[in-house]
Design a protein around this ligand. Structure first.
Ligand SMILES: C[C@H](N)C(=O)N[C@@H](CCC(=O)O)C(=O)O
Ligand SMILES: [Mg+2]
Length: 363
């Protein structure tokens, strides 16, 4: 199975409600879709969101990176040589992690199709069902409480509460949500870099003293502030998870060396795809560090790849934040992974199992 052509499209999917974090507000997912065509007629699918505030990727940079740097290296390559292809992708240019991820995901999709097996089996196998949390956008306290109650009523057993705004209001937000859903859902916080180290310690110690139980707190401080992250990790009982601070294995090794965080959030759009995500999971496993699998604002195309990876690495990836498809007003994909609120399940279809993407605008 040889790669003959790489095509692109723009996929727009409105969100059910605006997605609001300390970094940005989004109403519509607008992601670049990659199709890799082959001489056997098989097509592999990938997706890249332009999360400029986190990865630096824009629609223009994703297309340019693929068209000028990645695609020319892949034409004519045999999909059976997966490791050679992933190396060609990863060494094609610096950074541009979402562009690399979209192409890698499509190649892994084809690799599964080549051997007629679902991707998770090619990655080592596992139990093909996972449970995701749901994100509660940062907002007025009453709205966040109402959204949290509604999420629990929809069956979500873990909520990812977005904070990182005014520290005093954040503390009130969390206390109010905890009082409303206390025993019915695990609470994860994500400050998206919005606090200083001292503010984070103050907020988390205040919440601990008030008896508010949090499963973890994600990225309390700026991405580059590993000293600040360690400062927080050393002073609170609540586990601290690194997200924007870690993209690839080098940063993970440094984070572990510094003991700056307790948990690592792996996202394919930061790692540049599946190959590097596997390296991170393996490094974390060697050090006894747990991982979460997360996503950006992505639909069921690229999130499907994250699900396959999570299933195959379930002993390391113990926490799942793959709610992108649950945030979408509709599923643009025919086939693929089944996203049913908190429950996500993989079928036996080869690769990612995607048959068609509806509403794709060709570029
Ligand atoms: C969608 C997911 N639950 C999430 O919160 N992901 C990111 C932010 C994604 C974005 O801004 O596109 C995170 O910070 O964990
Ligand atoms: Mg995060």
């Amino acid at each position: 199975m040889k790669i003959t052509e790489i095509r692109y499209g723009m996929l727009r999917v409105p969100l059910k409600t605006p997605f609001k974090t300390a970094l940005r507000t989004v109403d519509v997912i607008e992601d670049i879709i990659v199709e890799i065509h082959t001489d056997t007629g098989n097509i592999g699918y990938g997706e890249a969101p332009a999360t400029a505030v986190i990865t630096g990727d824009t629609h223009g940079s994703i297309i340019e990176a693929i068209a000028k740097f990645i695609a020319p290296r892949l034409i004519g390559q045999d999909v059976a040589n997966l490791n050679r292809i992933t190396q060609l992708i990863q060494t094609s240019l610096e950074k541009n992690s979402s562009a690399k991820a979209a192409v890698e995901i499509a190649v892994y999709d084809l690799f599964g199709q080549l051997y007629n097996a679902p991707l998770y089996k090619m990655l080592g196998g596992g139990d093909p069902v996972v449970t995701t949390d749901l994100t509660i956008s940062v907002d007025y306290i009453d709205k966040m409480v109402a959204d949290s109650i509604q999420a629990v009523e929809r069956g979500f057993e873990a909520l990812k509460i977005k904070v990182g705004k005014d520290i005093g209001v954040d503390i009130e937000r969390i206390k109010a949500i905890y009082a409303a859903v206390e025993d019915r859902a695990l609470l994860r916080l994500d400050a998206n870099q919005g606090w200083t180290a001292k503010q984070a310690v103050y907020a988390l110690q205040t919440l601990e003293d008030a008896g508010v139980k949090l499963e973890l707190v994600e990225q309390p401080v700026k991405a580059q502030d590993l000293d600040g992250m360690r400062y927080v990790t050393e002073r609170v009982h609540t586990p601290i998870m690194a997200d924007e601070s870690v993209f690839g294995p080098t940063q993970v090794i440094e984070l572990i060396r510094m003991r700056a965080a307790d948990i690592i959030n792996i996202k394919l759009m930061k790692t540049g795809g599946i190959s590097s995500a596997i390296h991170i999971a393996d490094i974390a496993a060697l050090h006894g560090i747990e991982c979460m699998i997360g996503c950006m604002l992505e639909t069921s195309i690229s999130v499907a790849a994250a699900v396959h990876l999570a299933v195959a690495k379930a002993n390391v990836i113990t926490k799942v934040d793959l709610d992108g498809p649950s945030l979408c007003a509709f599923n643009p994909v025919d086939g693929g992974v089944n996203f049913n609120e908190s429950e996500i399940s993989i079928t036996d279809a080869p690769g990612l199992g995607i048959r068609e993407i509806r509403g794709l605008q060709r570029l």
